[in-house]
Design a protein around this ligand. Sequence first.
Ligand code: PAF
Length: 285
Amino acid sequence: MLIVRTIPELRQALSAYHRPAFVPTMGNLHEGHLSLVRQAKPLGDVTVVSIFVNRLQFLPHEDFDSYPRTWEADCDKLRATGCDIVFAPRESDMYPEPQTFKVHPDPRLADILEGQFRPGFFTGVCTVVMKLFLAVFFGQRAGVAVFGQKDYQQLMVIRQMVRQFALPIEVHAGQTCRAEDGLALSSRNHYLSPAERAEAKALAAALRQLAERWCAARAAGALDAAALEQDALDALRARGWQPDYLTVRRRSDLQPATAADAPGTLVALGAARLGSTRLIDNLEF
Ligand code: PAF
């Protein structure tokens, strides 16, 4: 497994290949990331994983400094998973001067849900992902990038960016990996105390219940989506959570779902803080 730090080194290493399969990450790799790497491997002729904690997508009060950095363990896991090239730029490689050119996604998709609670988040994500894509795919005819479905809105924003810029990249979605109790795997799960970890499964359960109640109310011709969402927020609050949102949206554009939208086209999305840890999850139904 080759480790490279700079964009020219990466391009040089990739010049021998035709179709990179790429998995961008911020490191602290867990089974969820490794399943994306396993999914990527057969899709290209070289598998590239980036590890870069991107300052641009963190708000000043967020966890950029404390975000877990586990370089040696990450490399061991990637080696064992059959990754060919790790691209791990230093901040000075990625942003040698302040990144004043940015990619601003469509506010209708990027300023709702996560973007409402983390303003500028998707501009930071799109800017670094575009830069990573240019580093990996520039000079290539085509390639594949794999993103986890746990970051549902991120996946949609990246798909729209790839489409609108006509990037020659197929975007694949990796299914969310879950612990036995249903908690979606996330690097931020490490922040949870043992008691919080035991409680954390309640977010996935709340989304499941919201989806079930939404379907039942629609079938009964008595859908009051706002009331159902409010009940779900109240129930989580009663368990000690501070939810940002729990909501049913159309998969196509993440706008609020109505009774005209049939199950099979919907997604329940949620974000909530447990203690100081903010968790997100989603469930298609
Ligand atoms: O999903 C992530 O880990 C990050 O948002 C990404 C896509 C690696 C960009 O920094």
